[in-house]
Design a protein around this ligand. Structure first.
Ligand SMILES: [Zn+2]
Length: 179
């Protein structure tokens, strides 16, 4: 098997949490190294300690199981995955699925997100969210395209998303936080 064939097989593996996008489209599939009958798949987790990684590795092994190759999976942690790696086609799929794709965020926003994850103290989180930086960052509604939106909860259906509501069309939606 060559690299292209393996890439085509792996292209069908969806993200366990957001099945409309593949792990390749999310930028998690970093490299495919073919060395004789051994195939090394290099993946970078979207969030460290993400439980979905076990599922993704099992899916990769299953996709290659019917082929005469030995599969080795390497988790590459550096450089760390960033939402900047999400390709344009995946951003469009997220939008159509009703999830606002990550927008270019100010460094301060990212610092707040890091702080929230590493120190989940409720009081501190609330104080951070009322900072002007948080207020200025308007997320585009995936349903109607309005920027007239507000955050209802900093944690949505998963830790990587926050819950927002559109003030124009009134629809709630998940926002894939920049990381
Ligand atoms: Zn809307």
């Amino acid at each position: 098997m060559n690299r292209q064939q393996i890439e085509a097989l792996l292209d069908g593996i969806p993200d366990p949490e957001i099945p409309v996008v593949s792990i390749r489209e999310l930028g998690m599939l970093r490299d495919i190294r073919v060395n004789g009958d051994e195939v090394e798949i290099v993946i970078t987790p979207t969030y460290s300690g993400c439980p979905a990684m076990e599922q993704i590795e099992a899916d990769i092994r299953a996709a290659l199981a019917a082929h005469p190759v030995r599969t080795r999976i390497t988790r590459q942690l550096a450089p760390a995955w960033s939402t900047d790696w999400i390709g344009p086609e995946a951003r469009e799929k997220l939008r159509r699925y009703g999830i606002a794709p990550p927008q270019g965020a100010a460094a301060t926003e990212q610092v707040i997100h890091f702080a929230l994850r590493s120190a989940p103290k409720k009081g501190a989180a609330r104080a951070d969210l009322t900072t002007p930086e948080g207020q200025n960052h308007s997320v585009i509604c995936p349903h109607c395209g309005s920027t007239h939106t507000s955050e209802s909860s900093h944690f949505g259906s998963t830790a990587c998303k926050s819950l927002w509501r559109c003030l124009d069309c009134r629809e709630p939606f998940d926002y894939f936080k920049p990381y």
